[in-house]
Design a protein around this ligand. Structure first.
Ligand SMILES: Nc1ncnc2c1ncn2[C@@H]1O[C@H](COP(=O)(O)OP(=O)(O)OP(=O)(O)O)[C@@H](O)[C@H]1O
Length: 271
């Protein structure tokens, strides 16, 4: 049995979600940047309404794999992705799929909060406006309020919706980015180290939010913190040198890893 040094007292944030049919199914995914292969033959089924964590040493390909799910790698000219990925059974690489629509269904929150230089309201209204999700101003206002409430930010900003989003604290900005991502009613939320720029209190708020959102969305989170993965995720995938070495229930991966490389990582011997 492997124990993480500060794992023992950590509260368990996870809802008791039973595994469901896969929301995303990735088969034999390879990714190259130019001549360099960053990911080798990775396959994973991401369940609906649960949290999957990607962990592993720096440069092992976690973010690269995450970006495959909403075709964000399309925006990197040297990047080539092969293999199959489906969302709800639909091939995301099908030429009929519009990547902008795909990114509304598969939202993303980045490492550094990146609100637009617009008002708090307009940050959240941006996606619903471009995707035509609201019939008029009232409906748009409802969507914005709902997203801000789900992101646990409404009470802090309801009296200053016209103030710039960039004027909020780091933790509030990240919750604003989460509100912006969920305003288009995505099915999947990708989070790439969403707490790495935040203090412990803001981190705890985001983790609570992840636990709440996981009852509605499928969430995939890249994290450098094994404690965070243990607290928030149901499933954990461990990556090493571009390979997915281990995938399993989070408790099993952390307490009884099958692969010696996973054990070496979680006990701090590599990484
Ligand atoms: N835009 C890019 N152009 C070229 N190579 C890249 C690019 N992005 C990532 N890579 C390379 O791909 C490999 C995987 O990188 P990636 O960022 O996916 O790893 P990671 O596990 O998320 O790392 P970290 O934990 O440090 O964020 C690394 O060798 C990295 O240098």
């Amino acid at each position: 049995m492997v124990m993480l040094d500060s794992m023992a007292p950590a509260p368990d944030m996870r809802a008791t979600a039973a595994p469901r049919a896969p929301k995303i199914d990735a088969r034999g995914v390879n990714v190259h940047y130019g001549e360099t292969q960053a990911l080798h033959d990775v396959s994973i089924a991401i369940p609906d309404r649960s949290v999957t964590a990607f962990i592993g040493p720096s440069g092992c390909g976690k973010s690269t794999f995450l970006r495959c799910f909403n075709r964000m790698n399309d925006t990197i000219p040297s990047c080539r992705v092969s293999g199959g990925i489906t969302l709800e059974g639909e091939d995301i690489f099908d030429p009929r799929i519009d990547p902008v629509q795909l990114r509304a269904r598969v939202g993303m929150v980045f490492q550094k909060p990146n609100p637009f230089s617009k008002s708090i309201f307009d940050n959240v209204a941006y996606g619903p406006r471009i995707h035509g999700l609201a019939q008029g101003r009232d409906e748009l206002a409802d969507i914005v309020e709902t997203a801000l409430r789900k992101a646990a930010l409404w009470d802090e900003v309801k009296d200053r919706l016209t103030a710039p989003g960039t004027g909020l604290s780091g933790g509030q900005q990240q919750r604003l980015c989460i509100a912006r991502a969920i305003a288009t009613r995505p099915e999947v939320l990708l989070m790439d180290e969403p707490c790495s720029a935040l203090d412990p209190i803001a981190t705890a708020q985001i983790e609570e939010l992840i636990a709440e959102l996981s009852s509605r969305f499928s969430i995939v989170i890249v994290t450098h913190s094994m404690q965070q993965a243990a607290r928030v995720s149901h499933r954990t995938a461990f990556f090493h040198l571009g390979h997915m070495v281990e995938l399993g229930d989070t408790d099993a991966v952390f307490t009884n890893p099958r692969d010696p490389r996973t054990e070496a990582y979680i006990t701090g011997r590599i990484g």
